[in-house]
Write a protein that binds this ligand. Sequence first.
Ligand SMILES: [Zn+2]
Length: 269
Amino acid sequence: MAEHFNHYPLKHFAGIVADCMGIPLTDSFAPGIRWISDILKTRLCGTADRAVLYHADAVGQYIWQQYTDLFAPVYAHTAMAIPFLSTVESVTPVAHASMYTGLDPAGHGIQTYVRPQLTCATLYDILLGMGKKPAIVAQTDSTFLHIFSGRSMPYYECANAVEIQEKALELIASDEFDLISIHTFEYDNAAHAYGPESREALNAVAMEAEGFHRLAEAMEAYAGLHRTLLSYSPDHGQHPIPGGRGAHGSKTNEDMNILHFFGTAGRAG
Ligand SMILES: [Zn+2]
């Protein structure tokens, strides 16, 4: 059977977020996808002044296809599920660098599992240049804390997804930040150790989806004050390997096809 790969590369992610927020990007960024941001802006009755971007690591599209009910908490707060194609290699730093620089791996320079501080413009740099306040909340040793380091913005390192959720809720309650990126890899860890469809891994999908749900609920509490863009945006998938474990980095359908969910909170959202 032929392999079917998703159409949109991850490099459009920054453009979609920027379009929804009414933020102009520089030419180095791949453009957003107009029809997606148009729908989201219609739901918002304008542009978003807040964004909460949740990156559950390594949740592949086939996990959604096979275990759709686990995503009910994500559906509760989102309007669109858009298929995306991960990067080559399909590993965390390559994919997240493309998402936040709008560049192909050859453009941003991270083409394998290395984690240098990026020197090219990221979505964070654009926001900071406009006087806006982004923040990163991520699990210990997250790729976000390496490749996006060195900017004048706060980085919160937390031990696990539960602590991350508490910190993110605290930041949302502070009402100080324009954009919050959240990176958890409970599923990635469990899928590597026990296999992508193991009970442990699927429990982690459910836990991360529930984490997204709680953050979205918190943003909805500000519906009268802010227009918020929400996204649940994995970086790549995982495929099973002998020994009941999981891996990624390949060009297989399991590693490359992912699904991003976008939603809105506030005003008409
Ligand atoms: Zn990853």
